[in-house]
Design a protein around this ligand. Structure first.
Ligand SMILES: [Zn+2]
Length: 389
């Protein structure tokens, strides 16, 4: 077991490698915080996981801001809310021109890195936000969205979710049209959250490699949201990439078992969080973290160490090869393990992979090279299919 490392325990070699590599995170829920007009991404916060100072400190060079609303909100209202969130991200970029730049291609990300700026990218988390309308999908592409997660935690009208009862036996014919249109638009198809059958239907349909923007390994933690070894293998065989999620409930079987063994505890947590926050998502996420850590301190839930992230990366690499694994933290949208409290801790990952004997080039692929390659493949597919990425 590796010990918890603080920033100064990163070896000089790891630090040097980390900061010369392009580090990309494919899933950050920080957008929820941006909806509060008082929130400024440019200053250091003592809560949450992401802001510009902590991204700089952790060498996080590019991140996909997740555009997310609950799957139960559907219809034109869902489209409207998605557009508001896209606007909120674009406004933060406009407000911080020295630090941030909107990126829509892999070349944009590389150019941002060369200019010492952080690339901000957009991903829509949940197909319900297109309101079953390919025209809306095309509008999202036009305003810069470069991936869409087909479902969130409930089914959409054309695809099954991993955490709902099957209604469509995977992807419907319209769902297949959505995937093909995303291919044509150069928008990556994200299979995080989808049912296993939906995943296999997507793989059979997509003309470009597919991503799991924030999913971990089911062999290490049996959550339906995680990917089986077979899914990881098949995703890789088609050129795709699994971006490991840092959420403790997806990393640790021990944590899941403890929660399951005590169904009352989840209810208590939810009630306490609702009491503190009402329905404000950003507040709920921050407060849940505090409540959980309180319960860990009381010994009621197990403590999950950040090195579990390394275990999942290493497992996925063993199954799929280092060309098909990356980082999809779920920062600001999930409960982080101890020692990975925010983006400033990212160099620990590079340090741990070096200690495990990973080559520098494999580490660079995992940190960002792989997802940039998949973006380029999505862009090439769009050109081939006559779209306009
Ligand atoms: Zn998610």
């Amino acid at each position: 077991m590796l010990a918890v490392k603080t920033a100064d325990e990163i070896s000089p070699k790891a630090r040097e490698l980390h900061f010369r590599s392009i580090v990309v995170d494919t899933h950050d829920d920080t957008t929820q915080r941006l909806l509060d007009p008082k929130f400024d991404l440019g200053v250091r916060h003592n809560d949450g996981n992401i802001d510009i100072p902590r991204m700089r400190e952790g060498g996080l060079d590019a991140l996909f801001f997740s555009i997310w609303i609950p799957g139960t909100i559907t219809g034109p209202g869902a489209v409207q809310k998605a557009l508001e969130q896209i606007d909120a991200v674009r406004r933060q970029v406009a407000d911080h021109p020295r630090d941030l730049v909107l990126a829509t291609t892999a070349a944009d990300v590389r150019a941002a890195f060369a200019a010492h700026k952080i690339a901000a990218l957009l991903g829509v988390e949940g197909g319900h936000m297109i309101n079953s309308d390919l025209g809306v999908l095309r509008k999202f592409a036009a305003v810069g969205v470069r991936y869409m997660t087909l479902t969130h935690s409930v089914n959409v009208a054309w695809a099954d979710s991993s955490t709902d009862t099957s209604a469509h036996n995977g992807l419907t014919d319209f769902g297949k049209q959505v995937v093909r249109e995303m291919n044509r638009l150069g928008m990556m198809v994200d299979i995080s959250h989808v049912a296993d059958k939906t995943f296999f239907d997507v793989l059979a349909t997509s003309e470009a490699p597919v991503i799991a923007s924030h999913s971990s390994c089911r062999a290490l933690c049996n959550a339906p949201r995680n990917m089986t070894d077979q899914m990881i293998k098949d995703l890789a065989a088609e050129g795709g990439v699994i971006q490991i999620n840092y959420h403790i409930g997806f990393l640790s079987q021990e944590f899941r078992d403890a929660e399951k063994a005590n169904p009352q505890i989840e209810k208590e947590i939810d009630a306490e969080v609702k009491k503190r926050c009402g329905e404000v998502e950003a507040c709920q996420l921050l407060e849940k973290e505090k409540v959980l850590r309180g319960l860990v301190a009381q010994g009621k839930l197990p403590r999950v160490n950040w090195t579990r992230i390394i275990d999942h990366i290493d497992h996925a690499v063993k199954i799929a090869g280092a060309e098909h694994v990356g980082l999809g933290s779920d920062f600001d949208g999930a409960n982080m393990p101890y020692g990975m409290d925010d983006a400033s801790h990212l160099p620990q990952i590079t340090n741990a992979l070096l200690e495990k004997g990973y080559s520098e080039s494999d580490i660079q692929k995992i940190l960002g090279g792989n997802i940039l390659r998949v973006m380029e493949q999505a862009e090439a597919a769009a050109k081939r299919l006559g779209g306009h990425p």
